[in-house]
Design a protein around this ligand. Structure first.
Ligand code: ZN
Length: 198
């Protein structure tokens, strides 16, 4: 990378540090930014820092939001006694897009993976159990159908059952190993409607 000036190299390195961006793409992006109008670059940079500074966990469901409570948890018309457990905020968004789910969510921010050394204490599981002290009728486990997602689902159901709250798992209409965010809305709705009690 010594062919470029230090500033350009640093910018390329920054882009290349992002997931899915190789050196070639990083270089293209860096040169694109250098040729952008200064105001546009300022807005872009500002969006980065501002999102990083102001986006936080919803204190109820732990999704990423910019207020204390996310709009879903703050909505009195949602059914707060049904909690759908998802792996991340993108999965939550996928279910929200169907427009059919009226309950609330719990975002784990990951899944249990012994292989990657991710244990139950590394995801927002304690926080879920704490929520069950309230008036909760059902917990719907909507983790991905990957090995990690299934392991997590099994772990959660074992943890919740003794508490006496109904636990269900979304139907396996979702392809194995399929990331929830890439699955179409109809399939998601079918998976939700066809859920089975664990
Ligand atoms: Zn929330």
């Amino acid at each position: 990378m010594e062919y470029y000036s230090k500033q350009i190299s640093k910018l390329i390195e920054s882009f290349a540090s992002l997931p899915g961006i190789g050196t070639k793409t990083a270089t293209r992006l860096a040169f694109h930014v250098i040729h952008m109008p200064k105001e546009e670059v300022d807005t872009f940079a500002n969006n980065l820092t501002s999102a990083r500074e102001n986006v936080k966990f919803c204190k109820e469901c732990y999704t990423l939001t910019d207020s204390e409570l996310c709009p879903i948890c703050a909505d009195a018309n949602r059914d707060h006694s049904t909690i759908m457990v998802v792996e991340n905020t993108k999965d939550l968004a996928a279910y929200e897009k169907t427009g059919k789910y009226t309950g609330v969510y719990h975002v784990l921010h990951g899944a249990i993976s012994p292989m990657l050394g991710i244990g139950p204490e590394d995801i927002k599981l304690k926080e879920l159990i704490k929520r069950l002290e309230g008036d909760i009728k059902e917990v719907i486990i909507a983790t991905n159908s990957s090995l990690e997602g299934e392991t997590t689902a099994m772990y959660i159901s074992k943890l919740i059952k003794p508490i006496g709250v109904k636990v269900s798992r979304i139907a396996s209409g979702v392809p194995v190993g399929g990331d929830l965010e890439y699955i179409d809305e109809v399939t998601l709705m079918r998976a939700l409607e066809g859920r089975t009690e664990l």
